[in-house]
Design a protein around this ligand. Structure first.
Ligand SMILES: [Zn+2]
Length: 187
């Protein structure tokens, strides 16, 4: 079955159609996210890694519209939720982190219009697009990656593995894949 999240479309067309998506994906649909999590879990003994983490559901709600009455600035609002496997920074065993991120963005192609968009739509995040078209799935993936915590932890210390007491001092100052990624994105 064709997945419209994978189709390239211009944000203006999506806004004109009032395109909405309410669907469920899986972690494995997101290639870059998959690579990040795999890198994070690479050092973990295989028997500790949750077998089905790639199949965990990703809840996707997207709503395209125009941010302005002149229909110059396409807007995207929505919500993305997922439970993502990660390496707990307290015990160095896999944990599952609940990621929930709200989207409220204006999609802008031409750089000269970026400033105008930032001024006019201060309540929106302004996303600069490299291409004339977007794949909604790519925006969902970017939002998920941006929402990953720098220091994932088991939700309760009671869930941590036995290393928890030793790790805290030993690991401080160690670079992590998520941290590297976020600093690269800022450039
Ligand atoms: Zn832990």
């Amino acid at each position: 079955m064709a997945n419209p999240l994978l189709d390239h479309a211009s944000p203006g067309d999506l806004a004109d159609r009032g395109q909405t998506f309410e669907t469920e994906g899986k972690i494995q649909d997101f290639k870059r996210l998959l690579e990040i999590v795999e890198a994070d879990l690479a050092e973990v003994p295989a028997q500790l890694v949750p077998a089905q983490w790639r199949m965990a559901p990703v809840g996707i709600k997207l709503d395209f519209s125009w941010a302005d009455s002149k229909k110059e600035f396409p807007a995207l609002t929505g919500q993305v939720t997922a439970n993502i496997a990660a390496l707990c920074q307290r015990c160095l065993e896999p944990c599952e982190i609940a990621v929930e991120t709200e989207l409220k963005m204006v999609l802008v192609k031409e750089s000269p219009r970026l400033k105008a968009a930032e001024t006019a739509f201060s309540e929106f995040e302004v996303w600069e697009l490299a291409e004339d078209t977007i794949r909604p799935l790519d925006i969902v993936e970017e939002a998920l990656i941006m929402a990953l915590p720098l220091s994932p932890l088991h939700s309760s210390r009671d869930l941590c593995g036995q290393l928890a007491d030793d790790v805290v001092q030993e690991k401080s100052g160690t670079a992590r894949p998520f941290a590297d990624l976020k600093s690269q994105m800022g450039k």
